[in-house]
Write a protein that binds this ligand. Structure first.
Ligand code: SF4
Ligand code: SF4
Ligand code: FES
Length: 762
C-alpha cells in the first residue's frame, strides 16, 4: 500500500550518500518550489519550508520510526502513498501533502488510535499538550467508531515515572530514545498484537532514560510521578534558560507557578536532558532578604582579603566581576578545576594555534570512530555519552574507551576497551599519539620525540599491550570522521600540559575532532574570563567554597548569594556557545554586583557585564537582552552565540613523557554518579542518593573493608567519611568516591582524581 522511492540498504550505499551529501536538490511541495540537500527526507524539506505534514511517531533526533503512517503524502508518478518521514526526496519530485484522500487516510488512522482510548483528557496529565487530543480534534473525530475488547492493562509504577498502557499509542518514541539517545536500552516493545505494550527491562533507578521517555511521549502514557496531578500544563509559566550542571549548557525551560518550579522541560524534539538537568532543579537559595549587617561584613572582608576561592557554579558575568575585582584590588583568584582546565587549554593552543578545541557534540555524533581517554564519560559528561551513543547507533561508529576502570554502563557501545594504570596517562597519550600519527607528516622535532619513545617501557608502565594499539590503529583505517574526547583525568594530572600538547597534535595533523570536556558548572567560562592563580594566600573570601568569609548560594555561609536559577546572566557550554540563564525563582538578597559596586566598580545590574565579556577570548559585544534562546523548526540552535575562535601564536614542541611509579594498593577515584555534579544537584529531592564509596570485592580485600564498613580518609585536606559498599559491577582495586555531597568543601578539591586510599580510622 505504501510505496518506497529509494531503499537505503546498509553501508554499501553510505559512501555514495556521503559524496552526494551536500548536493542541493529542488522539489515542489503543494505547488511551492522547495530547496533541499540530497539525503533529506520529504518531511525534513517540508518542515524547513514551513509546510505542515501531520505526524504522530516522528521524533527529529532519532531515526525515522515509521509506525504511525500519519505523514503520508502523494508523489506524482508514484502509485500508492509515501511515508514522508522516511522517504528521501528525489530531485524534481512533485508532492501533495493535503487532499481529500490523504485527509481520509489520516482520519482513519486517528480512528484506529482512538479504539478504546479513554479520552479522559479532563484528568490526564498530558491534556493541553497531547498529540492525540490535538489530532483527534484536527481530524474531526467526535466519537469512537470502532471498539475492541479491552484487555486488562494496569498502570505500572516505574519509580519516578509511571506507565499507563491504556493510554499508550505504541509510537515507540520512548523505546528509540532509550536505544539511540541515552543508550541503556531499558525500554522495549512487548509484542502482542492489540495488547502490545512497552516493557521496562531495567527497573532500577533510571532517571535519564525514563525522564527522557516521558518527555518525548506524545500522550499521557508516560508521566513523571512527581508532576502527576500537580498542575495543568497551561497554568505554568515557561522560563527558557540553560542547564547549569554538567557544563553542557543545553536548553532548559523552568515551568513555574506561584514561586515554585513544577518541572523542567526542553526542546525534546531536538535536545536531550540528563538526569541532573531534569530533576536537579530545586537548589534555589530561598527565603533570603537583604541582611545589611552581613553585607557590611562582606565588604569589610573583601577589603582585607588577599584571595577569592570559588566554585564553578557562577555565571560568566560573575566571573568577570571577580576578574575586575582582581584588577582593582590585586586578589588571587582561585578556582581549582577551572585553573587546571585553563592550563591544559593554554598548552593545547600552543600547538593547535587556536584558543578552543575544534570538536563539538554535533561533530561527535556524526563521527565514525571515537576514542575516549581520561574520563568516566557516562558519569562525567552524560551529554557527551549520548552523542557517542548516537554515533554508535546511527553510524555504527567504533568506540574505543581508554580508562583504568571498565564501565558496564557503556559496554554496549564500546568496541574496544583499553585499560591502563592510574597515573600513567602521559604514557598512554604518548602511545596513542605515536600510534595515530605513524603515517602522518609532522614537524621534525615532533617526529624526533615520537621516534625516541621507548615503547616497551611505556607499554610496561601503562599496562597497555602494543597489540591493543595495533588493533586500534587498524580499526580506524578507512573510517571517515574521527573524534577524541579527553577528560578531567588528563587536566588534573601533574603532567597535564605536555599531554594537552600531544592531544592537540591529533587535531592539527590527524584532523581529529577533539573535545576537552570542561569541568561541571561553568568551568569553561571561568577559565576563559579569569586570570586564575594556582593557590590562595592570606585571608580568603569563598564563593560557594569555604573561605575565611563565605558567600554561599547554598545557605550556610556568612552572606547569602542567589543560585544560578535565581539570576540572569550567561554560561559557556561544551559546544563553545555563550548561552543565557534566566530568573526562574525570585531572590531577595544581595548579589555579587552589590559588593563589587561597594568596592569601587560600577554597574547597575550584573547583566551589564554581558557585553563586556572579553573579546580577546572570543566573547562578543552583545547585550544580554539581545541573546536569543530558541530552535528553529528544523532544530537549528539559535541560542546565545558561538564564541569566536581566537588565533594563538604556536610553537610546536612536546616533551618526552616522564617515568612515573604507579599508585599501589587500594585507590579511590573522585567520581560522581551519573545524576550528580555538585552540591547543587545534591540538594535535589528527587535525585537524593546516599554518597557511598563503591568498590569491587577485590578492592574490599585490598583495603581490608567489608560491605557496610565506615571508612575515613583525607584528600586535599578534606575529610571524607564514607560507608563502603561492594558494587558487583566493578572490578579491580579502584573505588569510586563521590564528591558532590561535600557542600562548601567540594570546590576545594584540587588534585589528580586518583588517590591512594590512606585510611585515617574507621
Ligand atoms: S493521552 Fe491525550 S487524548 Fe488520551 S486522555 Fe490523555 S490528554 Fe486525552
Ligand atoms: S509510552 Fe508513549 S512514547 Fe512510548 S510507545 Fe507509548 S505512547 Fe509512545
Ligand atoms: S511520522 Fe511517518 S510514519 Fe509516523
Amino acid at each position: 500500500m505504501y510505496a518506497m522511492l529509494l531503499h537505503i540498504d546498509g553501508g554499501s550505499i553510505m559512501s555514495s550518500l556521503r559524496k552526494n551529501e551536500q548536493k542541493s536538490i529542488s522539489i515542489t511541495i503543494d505547488g511551492k518550489e522547495c530547496k533541499g540537500i540530497f539525503g533529506q527526507t520529504i518531511l525534513d524539506i517540508a518542515r524547513e519550508n514551513e509546510i505542515y505534514i501531520p505526524t504522530m511517531c516522528y521524533l527529529t533526533k532519532v531515526l525515522p520510526i515509521a509506525s504511525c503512517r500519519m505523514c503520508v503524502v502523494d508523489v506524482e508518478g508514484v502509485d500508492g502513498l509515501i511515508l514522508s518521514c522516511q522517504e528521501k526526496a528525489v530531485d524534481g519530485a512533485v508532492i501533495t501533502t493535503q487532499n481529500a484522500e490523504l485527509y481520509k487516510e489520516r482520519q482513519n488512522i486517528m480512528k484506529l488510535y482512538n479504539v478504546n482510548h479513554p479520552l479522559e483528557c479532563g484528568v490526564c496529565d498530558q491534556s493541553g499538550e497531547c498529540d492525540l487530543q490535538n489530532k483527534t480534534m484536527e481530524f474531526g473525530l467526535e466519537g469512537q467508531s470502532f471498539t475492541a475488547k479491552e484487555p486488562s492493562r494496569p498502570v505500572q509504577n516505574w519509580g519516578h515515572v509511571s506507565y499507563d498502557p491504556a493510554l499508550c499509542i505504541m509510537c515507540e518514541k520512548c523505546v528509540r530514545v532509550s536505544t539511540e539517545i541515552t543508550g541503556d536500552e531499558a525500554l522495549k516493545v512487548k509484542f502482542g498484537g492489540y495488547s502490545s505494550t512497552i516493557e521496562n527491562v531495567k527497573l532500577d533507578k533510571n532517571f535519564a532514560t525514563l525522564g527522557e521517555a516521558a518527555a518525548v511521549c506524545p500522550v499521557g502514557a508516560l508521566v513523571d510521578t512527581n508532576f502527576k496531578y500537580s498542575a495543568n500544563a497551561w497554568e505554568l509559566t515557561k522560563i527558557p534558560s540553560s542547564c547549569p550542571h554538567c557544563g553542557g549548557g543545553h536548553d532548559v525551560t523552568y515551568e513555574t507557578r506561584r514561586g515554585k518550579i513544577y518541572r523542567v522541560s526542553n526542546e525534546a524534539e531536538f535536545t536531550t536532558m540528563c538526569s541532573a538537568s531534569r530533576y536537579g532543579f530545586d537548589f534555589a537559595n530561598e527565603g533570603v532578604t537583604k541582611d545589611r549587617e552581613a553585607f557590611k561584613n562582606a565588604v569589610e572582608a573583601f577589603n582585607s582579603a588577599k584571595s577569592i576561592i570559588f566554585s564553578n557554579e557562577i555565571s560568566n558575568e560573575e566571573a568577570l566581576i571577580l576578574q575586575k575585582l582582581k584588577e582593582l584590588k590585586g586578589y588571587k583568584l582561585v578556582s581549582y578545576e577551572a585553573r587546571a582546565y585553563q592550563k591544559f587549554m593554554n598548552a593545547y593552543s600552543t600547538i593547535s594555534g587556536k584558543n578552543l578545541y575544534g570538536g563539538n557534540l554535533k561533530t561527535l555524533e556524526s563521527s565514525r570512530a571515537i576514542i575516549v581517554v581520561g574520563s568516566r564519560v557516562n558519569d562525567d559528561a552524560p551529554l557527551v555519552k549520548y552523542s557517542i551513543n548516537k554515533a554508535s547507533k546511527h553510524h555504527r561508529a567504533r568506540v574505543c574507551y581508554m580508562h583504568p576502570i571498565e564501565d558496564g554502563n557503556i559496554s554496549n557501545i564500546v568496541t574496544q576497551f583499553i585499560k591502563y594504570d592510574a597515573l600513567s596517562e602521559e604514557g598512554v597519550v604518548a602511545l596513542l599519539v605515536d600510534t595515530l600519527l605513524k603515517d602522518i607528516e609532522v614537524p621534525d622535532n615532533i617526529r624526533a620525540v615520537l621516534d625516541d619513545l621507548d615503547i616497551g617501557n611505556l607499554s610496561a608502565e601503562t599496562n597497555i599491550g602494543e597489540e591493543e594499539l595495533e588493533t586500534l590503529r587498524k580499526s580506524l583505517i578507512k573510517k571517515v570522521g574521527y573524534s577524541l574526547v579527553v577528560g578531567a583525568d588528563l587536566y588534573s594530572h601533574p603532567r597535564a600540559e605536555n599531554m594537552a600538547k600531544m592531544v592537540a597534535l591529533l587535531e592539527k595533523y590527524a584532523r581529529f575532532n577533539i573535545i576537552v570536556t570542561p569541568p561541571a558548572g561553568n568551568g569553561m567560562g571561568i577559565s576563559l574570563i579569569c586570570d586564575l592563580d594556582d593557590k590562595a594566600d592570606g585571608a580568603t573570601i569563598g564563593y560557594n567554597a569555604k573561605g575565611d568569609f563565605t558567600l554561599s548560594s547554598m545557605g550556610g555561609g556568612d552572606l547569602d548569594m542567589p543560585s544560578l536559577i535565581q539570576q540572569e546572566g550567561t554560561l559557556t557550554s561544551i559546544d563553545k556557545r555563550v548561552v543565557p540563564i534566566n530568573v526562574a525563582l525570585a531572590y531577595g538578597g544581595y548579589v555579587l554586583n552589590d559588593i563589587a559596586n561597594a568596592l569601587g566598580l560600577s554597574a547597575e545590574f550584573t547583566i551589564d557585564y554581558t557585553k563586556a565579556l572579553p573579546l580577546s577570548k572570543g566573547f562578543k559585544d552583545v547585550e544580554f537582552d539581545s541573546l536569543p534562546n530558541n530552535f528553529d523548526i528544523s532544530g537549528n540552535e539559535n541560542r546565545g552565540y558561538l564564541l569566536d575562535e581566537i588565533e594563538i601564536e604556536n610553537s610546536i614542541s612536546i616533551e618526552e613523557p616522564i617515568e612515573v611509579e604507579g599508585i599501589d594498593g587500594a585507590v579511590v577515584y573522585n567520581c560522581n554518579p551519573e545524576e550528580h555534579f555538585s552540591p547543587f544537584t545534591a540538594k535535589s529531592k528527587i535525585l537524593s542518593t546516599e554518597a557511598n564509596l563503591l568498590g569491587s570485592q577485590q578492592f574490599a580485600t585490598a583495603s581490608k573493608l567489608r560491605d557496610g564498613d565506615s571508612v575515613k580518609f583525607t584528600i586535599d585536606d578534606i575529610k571524607f567519611t564514607r560507608v563502603f559498599k561492594i558494587d558487583t559491577s566493578l572490578k579491580g582495586t579502584i573505588a569510586l568516591n563521590p564528591t558532590y555531597d561535600m557542600g562548601l568543601s567540594t570546590a576545594l578539591l584540587s588534585s589528580y582524581r586518583f588517590n591512594r586510599l590512606e585510611k585515617v580510622g574507621s
